[in-house]
Design a binder for this molecule. Structure first.
Ligand SMILES: C[S@@+](CC[C@H](N)C(=O)[O-])C[C@H]1O[C@@H](n2cnc3c(N)ncnc32)[C@H](O)[C@@H]1O
Length: 216
């Protein structure tokens, strides 16, 4: 018979290990900055997260997507959120999945080829200097990614430049990501880059913030 008390203990131990690791990475990154290696994004994007923590269908619903939209994702990881967004903007919409690491982009290219996905464009690009024209994009989104980049306000200013006047930048964070910021921190970054809050979803430890360009 299954010993539920033992199962509970192991879940608790697992959670404490995760917390300790997250804290350790946070300290290391305070002194030495490095992008999350591609293999690690495999661990972050797991079925437990997609079912219980950050559901791709909720992201899609909250992004207010329409067929034909042009979307940029910063730091696509394994591409599961990318894929959910790409399906929603068919038939003519496109998701440009950008990352600074070649290994992430190559892995995504292989995946979309294998799965026959035609409207995801993986691209090496730097979020500090995005290769998109001014006001050419409907949505930018980043899952557990913006706070990892040392100058988030600089990235948000680039998002502001490429977004159409009615575009949205959607930022999703979760605890215990080692780079997890509080909502008010992310709101301050966005305000500094010329955005205003349009919608917020979730709770203290898992949230999504949608920002639009500040009017006036
Ligand atoms: C934590 S991972 C993304 C995880 C993924 N979004 C997920 O939810 O599973 C952050 C990614 O941001 C990328 N990154 C870091 N700095 C960047 C920059 N300046 N421009 C573009 N991508 C960057 C890293 O290479 C890394 O793949």
């Amino acid at each position: 018979m299954l010993d539920w008390w033992l199962v509970l203990q192991w879940i608790l131990i697992g959670f404490l290990i995760l917390l300790a690791l997250s804290f350790l990475v946070r300290i290391i990154r305070h002194y030495y900055h490095f992008p999350i290696p591609a293999f690690f994004t495999q661990l972050i994007d797991n079925p437990v997260r997609r079912r219980l923590v950050q559901r791709p269908d909720l992201l899609v619903e909250r992004m207010q997507l329409k067929p034909g939209m042009i979307v940029v994702e910063i730091g696509p990881g394994k591409g599961n959120y990318t894929k959910a967004v790409a399906e929603k903007i068919l038939p003519r919409g496109k998701v440009y999945a950008i990352d600074i690491q070649e290994s992430v982009i190559e892995r995504l290219k292989k995946r979309i080829k294998k799965e026959g996905i035609t409207n995801i464009v993986p691209k090496i690009d730097n979020a500090y200097k995005l290769s998109f024209a001014d006001e050419s994009v409907d949505r930018v989104f980043a899952m557990a990614c913006l706070p990892e980049i040392p100058e988030p306000v600089k990235v948000l200013r680039e998002c502001h430049r490429i977004l159409k006047p009615d575009g949205l930048v959607c930022l999703c964070e979760m605890f215990p990501d080692p780079d997890y910021p509080r909502r008010k921190t992310e709101k301050r970054w966005a305000a500094e880059a010329g955005f205003e809050l349009r919608q917020e979803f979730g709770n203290w430890f898992i949230y999504q913030l949608n920002f639009g360009k500040r009017s006036g």
